[in-house]
Design a protein around this ligand. Structure first.
Ligand code: AMP
Length: 371
């Protein structure tokens, strides 16, 4: 059996999966949590040694690592060398919460699995095809250049997997398709994908911009920050406010969409408002990307909310028959784990649900690189 070992290393946890490369099936997987806390693994190196034990002698052909920020440098999956490690470390300035723990996972794997190739797969890489018009913020260009300020976009690994799977479901070449893909999970973003290339996306320099998320605000007027700053809020307070206490949680009292839907259903006005704002933003981007792409062949929903919440999908595309977007309510309501069409047969724009599989996409890219 040829296997790829996939690592998603966070600040206090390592999620891992062993994937059989031929069948593309998950062989086993797990999560080590509370790294650094009393009674748990002291650090990422110790956690990785524990995982090595759980692999039961299985020797992976390649190790694929999820890395959040690849900046403007990494446009594709990349073999890890000392120099690449240093580059990922330098990019920590752009993703201070994510790149350092990603790097800790890479370093631990290189020690625990000597002689096995490590491949870094970046969340940002897929969006390096964005045109300057889409990635440039209209600020002082000297400041933007000095601080690497531009839109990078995230969830790229998911978009790559989902767009290819959507093309297969439609039995059409990806190169000929215009897709709008909503990745709606705890973090949420949307991408306009033309011929398999990302041409616009809602997350920006950081994963804070764009859609309303569980605890993140998404788009807002930057003037709000000056206003709050003048009122005495510090930068760390504003960071925590917008990243951890905003979004559905900030408006509706819970960061979990299921809670919000239930509360709104039983008459909670704040939850109902949170739901309305969430849907309004989805439709805002759907309209924008239909225009940027000049129409679409399919609208695709993925991740926790996109795959499971029929009401959210219905709200996002309701009343758009005049644009050729027509949901089939019975198909939308059917629960399934399979990729599926949920539009009517007559709808010129297909609407799809495609479960994402970022681990498999990382495995595919990692194995392709070493073969
Ligand atoms: P993810 O980050 O892709 O794992 O998505 C997790 C999020 O999906 C959770 O926070 C939930 O809010 C949301 N979710 C999962 N199942 C449902 C559902 N049936 N209805 C609404 N939201 C859901």
């Amino acid at each position: 059996m040829t296997t790829a070992f996939i690592v998603n290393s966070g600040s206090s946890s390592i999620k891992w999966e062993l994937v059989d490369v031929e069948s593309e099936r998950r062989v086993r997987g797990g999560i080590v949590e509370r790294i650094g806390e009393p009674g748990a693994a002291a650090d990422h190196a110790e956690a990785m040694r524990g995982i090595l034990g759980e692999l039961g002698g299985e020797h992976p052909s390649v190790i694929g690592h999820r890395v959040v920020h690849g900046g403007s440098r990494f446009t594709t999956a990349t073999l890890v060398t000392d120099e690449v490690e240093a580059a990922i470390e330098a990019l920590s300035a752009l993703a201070p919460l994510h790149n350092p723990p990603n790097l800790a996972g890479i370093r631990a794997a290189r020690v625990a699995f000597p002689g096995v190739a490590n491949v870094a797969v970046f969340d940002t890489a897929f969006h390096q095809s964005l045109p300057p018009a889409a990635y440039t913020y209209a600020i002082d260009s000297a400041v933007a250049h000095e601080h690497s300020i531009r839109r990078y976009g995230f969830h790229g690994t998911s978009y790559q997997y989902v767009s290819r799977r959507a093309a297969a479901l439609l039995s059409r070449p990806l190169e000929q398709l215009k897709l709008i893909v909503f990745h709606l999970g705890n973090g949420a973003s949307v991408a306009a994908i033309d011929g398999g290339r990302s041409v616009d996306t809602s997350m920006g320099m950081t994963p804070l911009e764009g859609l309303v998320m569980g605890t993140r605000s998404g788009d807002l007027d930057a003037g709000i920050l000056f206003h709050l700053g003048r009122a005495g809020h510090t930068l760390p307070e504003l960071d925590a406010m917008l990243n951890r206490r905003s979004g559905l949680l900030g408006v509706g009292g819970s960061g979990d969409l299921r809670d919000i839907q239930a509360a709104a259903g039983s008459g909670d006005a704040a939850a109902a408002l949170a739901l309305d704002v969430y849907h309004h933003r989805l439709r805002h981007y759907l309209g924008a990307y239909l225009v940027q792409l000049g129409g679409a062949d399919a609208i695709v929903f993925t991740a926790g909310v996109g795959e499971n919440s029929a009401p959210t999908r219905a709200a996002a595309v309701s009343g758009l028959g005049w644009l050729g977007i027509e949901l089939d309510d019975a198909r939308n309501d059917l629960r399934s784990r399979d990729a599926r069409v949920i539009s009517t047969d007559a709808s010129p724009v297909a609407i799809l649900v495609v479960p994402t599989n970022e681990e498999l996409e990382i495995a595919r890219q990692a194995i392709a690189l070493v073969r």
